[in-house]
Write a protein that binds this ligand. Sequence first.
Ligand SMILES: Cc1cc2nc3c(=O)[nH]c(=O)nc-3n(C[C@H](O)[C@H](O)[C@H](O)COP(=O)(O)OP(=O)(O)OC[C@H]3O[C@@H](n4cnc5c(N)ncnc54)[C@H](O)[C@@H]3O)c2cc1C
Length: 438
Amino acid sequence: MARVEDDGANGWTARHGERVYRTGLADRLFIQAALLYGRVVMPVAPLRIAVVGAGLGGLTAAVALHRAGFDVRVYEQAPELTEVGGGINMGPNAARVLYRLGLGDGLDREAVRPVSTHQRRWQDGRTLQRAPLNPRCEELYGAPHLTVHRADLLAIIASGFPRECVHLAHRLVGLDDRGDRVAARFENGVEATADILVGADGINSAVRGALLGEEAPRFAGCVAYRGLVPAERIVDLGLEIGSQSWVGPGGHFVHYFVSRGRLLNFVGWTEHDTWNREDWTDRATIARALAAFEGWHPQIRRIIAAADTCFIWALFDREPLPRWSVGRVTLLGDACHPMYPFMGQGAAQAIEDGATLAACLAAGGAGDPAKTLRRYEELRRPRVTRLQEMSRANKTRFHLPDGPAQEARDADWARAGDRSPEALRWLFEFDATVVPSG
Ligand SMILES: Cc1cc2nc3c(=O)[nH]c(=O)nc-3n(C[C@H](O)[C@H](O)[C@H](O)COP(=O)(O)OP(=O)(O)OC[C@H]3O[C@@H](n4cnc5c(N)ncnc54)[C@H](O)[C@@H]3O)c2cc1C
């Protein structure tokens, strides 16, 4: 049954099942059909949803919720939309969501489609496993595997959301659930109310702190050296457009192309017992990164040396949370499930969260927001908890010292592999935009 609603602010909205159409030529035709065949309900204002945090997760949620017909506002602490760091490895499970949100043109323009994933030994470069990625992922799962610069990805996602609905320089400092709505207070003195508030404010989430109490994240025992190398500087290496990951004692090194193939992104991980926060100001020098990978394969050292600069990034972690939602407030992405990046799925899961949240709210309607948010959380928690655990296990597996355990791991990878699109079926074929009934 179709329903047509005057939303009071933006004109007419027609709903048919989970689909929501807004005014426009095609929509007017739909509305006429709905008027002929459906029930007419007016006026009904769409739910007002505040998303705190305009990272990859928050903005994806905003686009999905906006497209589902909700009245969405995004509040971001930074004075502009920015992403630090280099690349993102994005499996078909996340790419599918972004294509469904109409962001395919930008992805096709900026992202790279690596032909293979290749794991190698740290010292001699021996292949441990290698599998085709593209076009295999599209053949199997209807979406590509992408590698993309984080800033490009953020801009692509932001292009799907009205700019005037993003409020920059709004740092959330307090929350107040007033029963029928939630009020958010910002450092700049602004107060905003909404029917639902989504905390997408990252690992140090103020929303999570307000809901579940403050707790400092824990240093995960790893730091990353990250850099970008212009592709023309390493032509002599003859690298194919693929993703390579080198594993060795106490560390691993990953590289892949981003930005239409113009840049090679690298991330080199090493283990440390402690992390002195003062090191944050100690921007990593190329010499320091080279020292961290002393004795590793010449290709790795050549890549590091070709960068102009590199950044050091300490990895922090939290235990899985017992719940993400309280009343009209919920969490997504790193705010509720930060994970080691050793499955390449942190941002991907934040992107999936946004899609599922929008699908749940579109299906659940305005009647009982708290119930709908619990449903969203029930759907998402088992999957992200599994990935949090797998990512932690990979830290140990990738960093084994040379010896019997490493030999057993290598034999296992040679026999079965664990990175191929086929081996990751459960992860890649999952469609976060579809909410099972029940
Ligand atoms: C080295 C490294 C490599 C990685 N590689 C991959 C990869 O290959 N694939 C992958 O899928 N994931 C990867 N990840 C993980 C991924 O980067 C994160 O999981 C992802 O960025 C989380 O997105 P988010 O939107 O939840 O949080 P964030 O990106 O942290 O965004 C949070 C936003 O909220 C804003 N904010 C914070 N506090 C407030 C406040 N009080 N008020 C208002 N706004 C606020 C912040 O300014 C920020 O814009 C990697 C991570 C690291 C460290």
